[in-house]
Design a protein around this ligand. Structure first.
Ligand SMILES: C[S@@+](CC[C@H](N)C(=O)[O-])C[C@H]1O[C@@H](n2cnc3c(N)ncnc32)[C@H](O)[C@@H]1O
Length: 205
């Protein structure tokens, strides 16, 4: 069953604008590093890759939702692969940058670890993983409103399983805790959504 079949037609209409700053930060980082070979794992509608299009870029997006992928515009310079990101056959250490945004929190613990490790293993030495997702809720009024009320409501609306996985993600230390399992070398690029979403870069040494 395609979990995104209902939301896919509205995903960009609803979230395109709020997600723009984080996507733009990813774009700025990748361009500033001179990265060319980029893979977006769980790329959804492919919008992030569209923002990276350029003469020298080699862009691959992977997503298992037919509904989400059907929202992407076919563009020269972007290869979109409809596949489970966990078992897709891509070259290890074959990319300058790998992107993973808003997909870890919706996975159960086993899948999440595999997805994170799989994506990390695609990054070449000297390249970067860019990972953005819900982080620990900041101790501010706005952080509390977003992290404890608004985001949980949105996640609840996404379905029971989705919400259970999101709840476990938050309970177990959110993004900071989970990426701590693959590396200690994360660098914060920016926080978004009143501090409730963090975007980190991690260089493979
Ligand atoms: C919340 S959306 C995020 C999409 C995009 N990364 C973004 O930031 O807009 C999560 C995406 O992950 C995809 N996804 C979830 N599990 C996947 C898997 N095992 N393999 C490939 N795609 C997956 C879903 O189909 C969906 O498009």
């Amino acid at each position: 069953m395609d979990e995104y079949s209902k939301i896919a037609p509205y995903y960009e209409k609803l979230l395109g604008k709020p997600l723009y700053p984080i996507r733009n930060n990813i774009r700025t980082f990748i361009i500033s590093q001179g990265h060319r070979r980029v893979v977006d794992m769980c790329c959804g509608t492919g919008k992030q890759l569209e923002m990276l299009l350029g003469a020298d870029m080699d862009l691959i997006g992977v997503d298992n939702s037919q509904a989400m992928m059907s929202q992407s515009r076919q563009k020269d310079g972007i290869r979109l692969l409809q596949n489970n990101a966990i078992d897709i056959d891509l070259p290890e250490k074959g990319f300058d940058a790998a992107i993973l945004t808003f997909s870890l929190h919706e996975k159960d613990e086993v899948e999440r670890e595999i997805l994170l490790e799989k994506t990390w293993n695609l990054v070449r030495i000297g390249g970067h993983l860019l990972v953005g997702d819900y982080c620990r809720v900041p101790l501010t009024l706005r952080g509390f409103m977003w992290g404890k009320i608004i985001i949980p409501m949105v996640e609840r609306a996404a379905g029971k399983n989705h919400y259970l996985n999101y709840s476990a993600w938050m309970r177990n230390g959110a993004l900071e805790q989970h990426i701590g399992k693959i590396t200690t070398g994360k660098k914060l690029i920016a926080r978004h959504f009143n501090g409730t979403v963090a975007l980190y870069s991690i260089e493979r040494k």
